[in-house]
Design a protein around this ligand. Sequence first.
Ligand SMILES: Cc1cc2nc3c(=O)[nH]c(=O)nc-3n(C[C@H](O)[C@H](O)[C@H](O)COP(=O)(O)O)c2cc1C
Length: 218
Amino acid sequence: MAQLTAPTTPPSAAPTPDVSRLAGRSRTLEVAVLLSSVRPGRLAPTVGAWFTDQAAGRDDLRLTLVDPASTPLDHPGADPADPGVAVARADLGERLAAADAFIVITPEYNHSYPAALKHILDSYRREWFAKPVGFVSYGGMSGGLRAVEHLRGVFAELHSVGVRDGVSLHGVQAADFAAGGRVAADPQVAVAARALLDQLAWWGRALRDAREIEPYAA
Ligand SMILES: Cc1cc2nc3c(=O)[nH]c(=O)nc-3n(C[C@H](O)[C@H](O)[C@H](O)COP(=O)(O)O)c2cc1C
């Protein structure tokens, strides 16, 4: 008959990750938060301000808004020699290059995402490489999820890592984001935002350390 015997060695505890070697562990991650729509009367700034508030009090992340409406990039076919275009392009390029991670806040337009966002994505290349991106989407019944699914493929082509969890807001209006509004008062939405930021922070630290140890080659 089998007997139960005490193990001769105690079961090993879960390994504690040695983060002391990771110089970037304690440094604040720079997160560029991209709005996507530019139409007059858009909801984008309201969603952007609400999401940025979700990170208030976190000392591991610093969120900065990038608004295509106030970033006059060249439109397709514009003269790249135009000094105004060149300055705007270089300025945004520096901001994206300085970011360790991205949040894209996008509505759904005709089952995809707005052209202004695509233009920004296509205007840069290495600025996106080996960095994580998280998605906050809004729209009608689908909550912008079809836009996000399109974006995941685009960011893969840009060597970015899409984090799994996101925030999807369906049928929202400005009043939903005010104090006591449907979004602002929903604890589930706040939980989803925290999960997204936590995953983005993990990937952001991991990829920043990796880029510093070995520059990403592509
Ligand atoms: C041109 C256009 C196309 C749209 N297409 C969709 C769509 O396919 N699916 C959806 O759920 N909502 C759609 N909507 C609704 C938008 O997602 C919603 O109005 C959102 O608030 C727009 O974002 P914005 O206010 O920042 O521009 C569309 C809106 C516009 C202006």
